[in-house]
Design a protein around this ligand. Structure first.
Ligand code: PLP
Length: 411
């Protein structure tokens, strides 16, 4: 991909499909991919269209803006907005045919008005706070809310759900949360609300707590190849995301000389320093979340002694040295076996996926073949002629057709 430019992000659609099939193998419930934060940094338009082709029944997003982006991309399946909206946003909910999470009576009134105006039924999922104490109504208020929604002709209470605070590590608390939701279920069913979709499980609960799967599992992290919870035996997830850049300068720095801003790093030996054109404005410096307290303490300890950020240069781990600047940082190449011949070498970088700048071009691969490039709302199809690779700009619609034609499991 060297022709693409110095920095790009590679999304492996086959790996997403493989993870989806692993998730499906673990549950009888329907799978609702959670595509918050630009699909966890994978690009919401392409990923949602791709998942629609994989026959997912629902997609969940953070907010109305993300949901609108899906609709603009042409996603037709139901879209659940997870973060409760303000009454002022009710008209967008109606305009984009969205399913709205409700945890406030004012929103019910606003949605009812907009549904009437648009002559369109708005679907609602009621969020119950079962212990996380972030958003949601108290379990004791659920029936009253359900009745209030049912009074409105153009509102449909379609689902009820909760969110687990710690399904990766505290199963006893998670069980308490589930039991609170099940008590609400019993109460609502007893009062005639018998056709609702009930959901609670996120990725961790998918792995740790099968009883919580209910009708639907809302899965983000696992779909994109990561897990905070221990995976069940025999289950593996595939990596779906890689951030790359290339070395734009290689130079010698003598022992005792500083590198970068504030002289924050002083070369401890005669060093070979590489420069990569990526910095904190691209999301660098925000390493992925650690998995356990032990790992966190270890990281903090290492941090005190030594800058822990490492990148991989042609498969060899090299440390970042000095301060990460807005758009550049330096790496120590002294011990790299190919040093000093590393100008232009490809560097693989760990970063928090959701923090990586959306302006970085994304390339999508299926079975290791490049199928699509997405950069700043534009799409390109790679073509090859006479042994040369070139790209042709195409519409998103045409891009979807390409995804459809690709045989995921073939060559
Ligand atoms: C309400 C809700 N459900 C499900 C998820 C998905 O969680 P995970 O990425 O752990 O699968 C999220 C993620 O933030 C969420 O907020």
């Amino acid at each position: 991909m060297k022709w693409l430019g110095p920095t790009w992000l590679a999304v492996d659609l086959s790996a997403i499909a493989a993870n989806l099939s692993t998730i499906r193998s673990l549950t009888k419930a329907k799978v609702c991919p959670v595509l918050k934060a630009d699909a966890y940094g994978h690009g919401i338009a392409v990923v949602s269209l791709f998942l629609e082709q994989q026959q997912v029944p629902y997609i969940a997003v953070s907010d109305i803006y993300e949901a609108a982006e899906l609709r603009q991309a042409g996603v037709n399946i139901p879209v659940l907005v997870l973060t409760p909206i303000l009454p002022e946003q009710a008209s967008s909910a109606a305009a984009h045919d969205l399913t709205i999470t409700v945890s406030d009576p004012k929103v019910i009134t606003a949605l009812a008005e907009q549904a009437l105006t648009h002559r369109r039924t708005i679907k609602i999922h009621l969020k119950v706070n079962t212990g996380m104490n972030r958003v949601g109504i108290p379990p004791a208020h659920a029936l009253e809310f359900a009745r209030q929604i049912a009074k409105h002709k153009y509102l449909e209470l379609e689902g009820v759900y909760t969110h687990f605070a710690e399904a990766n590590s505290d199963l006893s608390f998670t069980k308490t949360q589930l039991n609170r939701l099940l008590a609400v279920k019993e109460e609502l069913e007893h009062s005639g609300f018998t056709q609702l979709i009930w959901h609670a499980a996120n990725s961790s609960a998918l792995f740790t707590f099968p009883e919580s799967h209910l009708d639907l599992v809302r899965v983000g992290t696992a779909l994109f190849g990561q897990s905070l919870a221990k995976l069940p035996p025999g289950i593996a997830l595939q990596n779906t995301w890689n951030l790359y850049t290339r070395i734009i300068q290689v130079h010698q720095v003598a022992k005792g000389e500083p590198v970068g801003y504030n002289q924050a790093y002083i070369a401890k030996r005669d060093s070979l320093i590489g420069v990569i054109p990526i910095g904190y404005s691209d999301g660098l410096g925000l390493a992925p979340e650690n998995h356990s307290l032990r790992q966190y303490l270890r990281k903090t300890l290492i941090h005190l002694v030594h800058n822990p950020l490492q990148v991989s240069v042609d498969g060899i781990s090299c440390p970042i040295v000095g301060k990460i600047a807005m758009g550049m940082c330096c790496i120590d190449l002294t011990d790299h076996p190919r040093a000093p011949d590393l100008y232009g070498a490809v560097v693989n970088i760990k970063a928090r996926r959701t923090a990586v700048n959306r302006r970085i071009p994304k390339i999508y691969t299926i079975n290791n073949k490049l199928v699509l490039i997405h950069w700043q709302e534009r799409y390109w199809q790679p073509m090859s002629r006479d042994g040369l690779v070139y790209v042709k700009e195409i519409s998103l619609r045409a891009a979807v057709e390409i995804l459809k034609r690709r045989n995921l499991y073939g060559s």
